[in-house]
Design a protein around this ligand. Structure first.
Ligand code: ADE
Length: 239
């Protein structure tokens, strides 16, 4: 997968050299480039923003540098991702869709955002997704891009050693994952649930399933309500 990230703070992306994303880059699974938007400015001050039409606080990112940047990194297969608190909520389903694509371009807005015409013009040439990480406001899109890149990269074939961890994890099946434990069996007078040490795989699976349902109902009533009732069996209902 090819990824181009455009930002006025390329240094934000140093963590993408680390851990499994760094490794995916090293092995060629991920071809990631970070670009400084100011490369595409033409004035001596390398200006990227200006005051908003219609008034109001803050500054808006000017269209010219963005258009030049997108022209430079675009490809026929590209999809543009723009993190924004005004976007649609980013979900695990989005991560799966993005992981299938050959080329992602991330545009990191700062200040009050990017001139809307940049996104409208880009949408005439390629799919554009404005996505929000949640109902809160960050300084800009940079951290959101790191989050999205983590969610997407771990879905690329060959990145995770054990692909089973993708099927069992929270959100994969519309439920939160059950709690997990490791050794020692007793720690500070707290025992690991007996069932997990029983070796009875049927009971363990049933326990995990019940914990998953109870956790989801308690922490994410929205997810629980959306869970298809036909996916519940008689043991689930009893729980
Ligand atoms: N940029 C600023 N706030 C954001 C958010 N909540 N999600 C994605 N991008 C953002």
């Amino acid at each position: 997968m090819r990824v181009d990230i455009v930002s006025i703070f390329p240094d934000y992306f140093a963590p993408l050299d680390l851990s499994l994303i760094g490794k995916a880059r090293g092995t060629g699974l991920l071809d990631l480039s970070v670009h400084d938007l100011r490369t595409w400015t033409s004035d001596v001050h390398r200006t990227v923003d200006d005051t908003p039409y219609g008034g109001g606080p803050g500054m808006v990112m000017r269209p010219e540098p963005w258009a030049a940047a997108l022209d430079a990194v675009a490809s026929p297969a590209a999809q543009l991702i723009v993190p924004s608190p005004a976007g649609r909520p980013f979900t695990q389903a989005d991560a799966h869709e993005l992981a299938e694509l050959p080329h992602l371009i991330f545009a990191c807005g700062r200040y009050e955002g990017i001139d809307q015409r940049v996104l409208d013009e880009a949408a005439a040439r390629m799919p554009v997704r404005e996505v929000s990480l949640g109902d809160y406001v960050l300084f800009g899109g940079e951290v959101a891009v790191i989050v999205i890149m983590e969610a997407v990269t771990r879905l690329l074939p060959g990145v995770l050693g054990n692909a089973d961890s993708l099927t069992e994890e929270s959100h994969a099946a519309g439920l939160l994952e059950a709690p997990v434990y490791t050794k020692p069996a007793s720690w500070r007078d707290r025992a690991v649930p007996e069932v997990l040490r029983s070796g009875d795989h049927g009971r363990i699976a049933r326990w995990r399933r019940t914990e998953s349902l109870l956790r989801t109902a308690a922490r994410r009533p929205d997810m629980f309500a959306a869970y298809p009732p036909e996916s519940l069996d008689k043991f689930d209902r009893a729980a």
